[in-house]
Ligand binder design. Structure first.
Ligand SMILES: [Zn+2]
Length: 158
């Protein structure tokens, strides 16, 4: 028995008239979508909220979410690109990995900027993060920072 859906609204669809039956026996309805398209929808899917547009609704929502993703990625990208420490060293240029190319912990060479970076992290914060033109300067800065922050074991408990 066909339930008369004529004139009923389901999401963006307004039911215009019967459109025969699907192979499975479900009643089909010709529907007018708010976007201007018309579509034939299954009565069961309409009444259970499974069909709510000619297909434009799904397209729009997936497009919106991918736009959000792109904006999010761009934001993350800029975030990394423009993060500088107090000394003006861009953080994204500093490799955080354990691999070390200089042999001296906390000093490494950055090929992109052609500079040596000295860094020292204490309690999760950089107390030293600075670029130098020579390896010796970077090592000296690192050793001075170690002297200042690590030798006296009176580390403040945060
Ligand atoms: Zn539509």
């Amino acid at each position: 028995m066909r339930i008369d859906l004529t004139g009923r609204r389901f999401g963006r669809l307004r039911v215009l008239k019967p459109a025969g039956h699907a192979k499975n026996g479900n009643a089909l309805w010709l529907c007018q979508c708010d976007c201007g398209n018309s579509t034939v929808a299954d009565s069961y899917r309409l009444r259970h909220g499974m069909t709510r547009s000619c297909g434009c609704l799904r397209q729009e929502s997936s497009r919106t979410s991918s736009q959000h993703n792109a904006a999010f990625l761009q934001q993350q990208h800029n975030h990394g690109k423009y993060l500088f420490n107090e000394e003006g060293v861009p953080l994204c240029s500093i490799k955080m990995g354990k691999r070390n190319t200089s042999g001296h912990i906390g000093v490494h060479f950055n090929r992109q900027s052609n500079q040596w970076f000295a860094r020292l992290m204490v309690n999760g914060h950089y107390v030293l993060l600075k670029a130098f033109s020579t390896y010796e300067d970077a090592v000296a800065a690192r050793e001075a920072a170690e002297e200042q922050y690590l030798r006296p074991r009176q580390v403040e408990v945060g």
